[in-house]
Design a protein around this ligand. Structure first.
Ligand code: AGP
Length: 610
């Protein structure tokens, strides 16, 4: 998501910070900013929307001499990408500056409280509240103030904080978002990524959950939020700059697959309350309209259309309204009946897909209420919609979608439940049951990774010479079959099809033999027994079977040659966990076949032409 870099030491901080930001450019961002304390002890802050070059130009010729500073590349989650919303953010006195990666969930109530107590907040961000909370708590010791401020904060964060009057001191903190401290004799660093500081040091401390780092040029003291000292080991990094960019992973896709638990945490931040209720403030202004709609049309392409299928099933089940998915390129020229009673939900991670934008615009012109679900603040789709739900998944660099699929599914399921509650068609008990599952989902995704990552390479090698693959699911697991097949074909160039398992006998079963394995999404569901019958049909044709199954399923190994285990979850979000071993399988098939994982042939990350 956002990039953080901080420096304290004997050298000029400005150039070190700007070079650090340039190392984080690969992550994508929409604005950047820097804060430096000059030789007179004055705070210098500059922030600019757009490319890092804009910030460089703005500070050229006037960067003050400074031995400490913090700098940031922003990837917007709250508030538009403009100069004002860019970090660092300052308190009322301008003495304290803060940069932040993550989402403060209770920022609305924090902001309201701060404003009621006389603070002036200038931006639309959640982060600015932090600067003012530190200001309120400050009594001469920055680390104490940060600890006190964080005790009032709910959400995920990695932060770096600086006070004009505390020479040489930076304070960092992390919860659910990575942050590191770099050490190099007489100078120290704070950073979101190793890549930002690797040119200066390879001695790093990876902060752990709840750590507060009190960073001075000579070293760091780490406590928890209550001030209790924490012992953290130093790691010597031997990554090349290229590997460091990818967080130690060989490819962005693998990094992004492993980021999914955190992406889910961010996607759910503020949307599932502590008392297990679903909360989607983005659609509050549409409540009267959502109460009167008669149909729901979802429009999307590729991976987003498979996520939309999960959303459509949830919407139909919980609202009782007809809901269906049409891929953008079909919707545009053969639109369904569209009127003010038709809610259109456009799903697109980039927000720039021409095939999705054109039909959404058409629907808007015909008077349909529009909700957009996207990962990209400020993207074209946001201008077409009455309400926008952001995935909050952070930038996805690999062409093949991974973390945006699981966050699309999750966000759509949350949206479906919120619409159903508005319409009174979902019981409180059903909402609470779903909310429990959603709160557990990031940890379940982590477990799915731990269960499958160590074996995925061996699994791929056993199947690498297969002629093609048939992915099957039923009901809730069918979209995962479609997405699993798409992942495999787009990065490994092996033919793969996704089918509803019951359709096998209506044609595609003729493809099955010892060279064409069956990948069955056989997680616990209401159609599990039916799916197993379909798997048996495949086995009878000599097809080898890879099953994705729920932990504790005692019978699946009788029907499958290989089993990829995932934890149990609510059926509505089962595809979030089921897709994880399939992403890993596709990734390792591509590695085994020597293809370009992050930039597969003939494909682009964002398809902005028809
Ligand atoms: C997914 O791996 C593909 N790269 C592709 O199907 C993609 O999902 C599709 O082009 C839609 O993109 P969007 O979500 O940015 O609209």
């Amino acid at each position: 998501m956002c990039g953080i870099v901080g420096y304290t030491g004997p050298r000029e901080a400005g150039p070190i910070l700007m070079e650090g930001l340039s190392r984080l450019e690969y992550r994508g961002y929409d604005s950047a900013g820097i804060a430096l304390v000059d030789e007179e002890g004055q705070m210098f802050v500059e922030k600019k929307a757009g490319k890092l070059a804009n910030l460089s130009t703005a500070i050229a010729e006037r960067t003050p001499h400074s031995a400490m500073g913090i700098a940031h590349t922003r990837w917007a989650t709250h508030g538009r990408p403009n100069d004002l919303n860019a970090h660092p953010h300052a308190d009322c006195s301008g003495k304290i500056t803060v940069i932040h990666n993550g989402i403060i969930e209770n920022f609305r109530e924090l902001r309201d409280g701060l404003e009621a107590r006389g603070h002036r907040l200038e931006s639309e961000t959640d982060t600015e509240a932090l600067a003012h909370l530190v200001e309120e708590a400050y009594a001469g010791d920055l680390a104490d103030a940060v600890r006190a401020a964080l005790r009032r904060v709910e959400g995920a964060y990695a932060i770096a904080v600086m006070h004009r009057d505390e020479h040489g001191r930076l304070v960092g903190a992390r919860k659910d978002v990575p942050l590191i401290v770099g050490l190099n004799g007489e100078e120290s660093f704070i950073a979101s990524d190793v890549a930002a500081i690797l040119a200066h040091t390879n001695r790093v401390i990876f902060l752990e959950e709840g750590d507060i780092a009190d960073v001075r040029p000579s070293g760091v003291e780490i406590t928890n939020v209550a001030g209790v000292p924490q012992d953290r080991a130093e790691t010597v990094i031997d990554w090349s700059p290229e590997v460091a960019e990818k967080g130690g992973f060989e490819h962005f896709m693998l990094k992004e697959i492993h980021e999914q638990p955190n992406a889910l945490r961010q996607a759910l931040a503020g949307r599932v309350t502590r008392d297990h209720r679903i909360h989607v403030p983005e659609i509050e202004a549409m409540i009267p309209t959502l109460g009167t709609i008669t149909r729901i049309e979802l429009v999307a392409c590729g991976t987003a259309s498979y996520a939309a299928q999960v959303g459509a099933s949830a919407l139909e089940a919980w609202t009782g309204l007809p809901a269906r998915v049409t891929v953008g390129s079909e919707f545009r020229y053969s639109p369904p009946p569209l009127d003010a009673g038709t809610l259109v939900i456009a799903v697109t991670q980039s927000g720039e897909t021409a095939d999705t934008i054109a039909p959404t615009r058409l629907a808007r012109e015909r008077g349909c209420p529009i909700i957009a679900v996207t990962n990209t603040v400020g993207s074209a789709i946001t201008r077409e919609a009455g309400a926008v739900l952001f995935l909050q998944a952070g930038p996805e660099i690999a062409v093949a979608a991974s973390k945006t699929f699981v966050t699309q599914v999750t966000t759509l399921v949350v949206l479906a439940a919120a619409i159903a509650r508005i319409r009174g068609s979902m019981t409180e008990a059903a909402e609470i049951e779903l909310a429990h599952a959603l709160r557990d989902l990031p940890d379940a995704a982590q477990r799915a990774l731990e269960l499958n990552a160590p074996h995925a390479s061996d699994l791929a090698r056993r199947y690498v010479n297969s002629r093609g693959f048939m992915f099957v699911g039923r009901g809730a697991t069918y979209p995962a079959a479609l997405e699993g097949a798409l992942k495999l074909k787009e990065i490994s160039y092996v033919h793969a099809e996704g089918y509803p398992a019951g359709e096998l006998k209506h044609g595609p079963i003729s493809l099955l033999d010892a060279e064409c394995p069956l990948v069955a999404i056989a997680t616990r569901s209401s159609t599990y027994d039916k799916l197993i019958s379909n798997v048996m049909e495949g086995r009878a044709r000599d097809a080898r079977v890879i099953a994705v199954a729920t932990e504790g399923d005692l019978q699946i190994e009788r029907f499958a040659d290989d089993v990829a285990w995932v934890p149990a979850t609510h059926e509505a979000v089962s595809s979030v966990l089921a897709i994880i071993p399939l992403q890993l399988f596709a990734y390792h098939m591509a590695i085994a076949r020597g293809t370009d994982v992050d930039q597969p042939r003939n494909l682009a990350k964002s398809v902005t032409v028809e």
